[in-house]
Design a binder for this molecule. Sequence first.
Ligand code: SF4
Length: 234
Amino acid sequence: MKEIQQIPVAQASRTNPFARVFDELTAFCRSRSMFMLHYCTGCGAIELPPAMTSRFDMERLGIQPMVSPRQADILLITGYVSVKTLKRVILTYEQMASPKYVIGICSCTVNGGMYWQSYATAKKLNDYMPVDMYIAGCMPRPEAVIEGLRGLMERVRTGEANGWEDYYRRYDYYLGHQQRLFGEAWQTPTNVIQEAEHYGLAGPETEGEHTALLRQHQQPLEPLEMRIGLKERV
Ligand code: SF4
């Protein structure tokens, strides 16, 4: 698989000063009002309740929990990610609307942590999806979680938290890692290439050998059938 260096995504420059002020205001408001979907995969999740409740109260920063990926801005992954879990994490991430941000809590998300020898865990979360902020530690204390969230808010305000753009620009790279772990028939219901085109982010690294493989295996999605099954019950 071709390894590609992380390249900072260029920021769009707006020449009109009013447009720039508007952009900055939008980014400020976005950074102060974020909904967080927490995917508690490992033991590090135990530090979230104190970070969220009255002791440290993350809501005072403008961050509060959300139950659905469709309305969430932040995907928080708290701890080691098994191969089975990672599939759900990627499905969840792709369902979130852009712009979206990922935080990996715990050393296990950085490099596998104490499970680095396990056959069942994914070692580096950022091989499979872009991670905007890591909060390392085994496990990080609530103060560190709050500090990490504040760091992400600042990166959102300054426009540096642009991992979601990277996923579209370098989809072939991420998909390649996903295929290596899950098998070449791996697919999700989201048409990421079409979304990349929608956001104007499709580039030379969006498609490649791995998206070609995806096309070979992709099954058309069937519409969901909702059946009440009254007859069967009678
Ligand atoms: S870093 Fe430590 S606390 Fe966090 S998931 Fe891994 S083993 Fe658990």
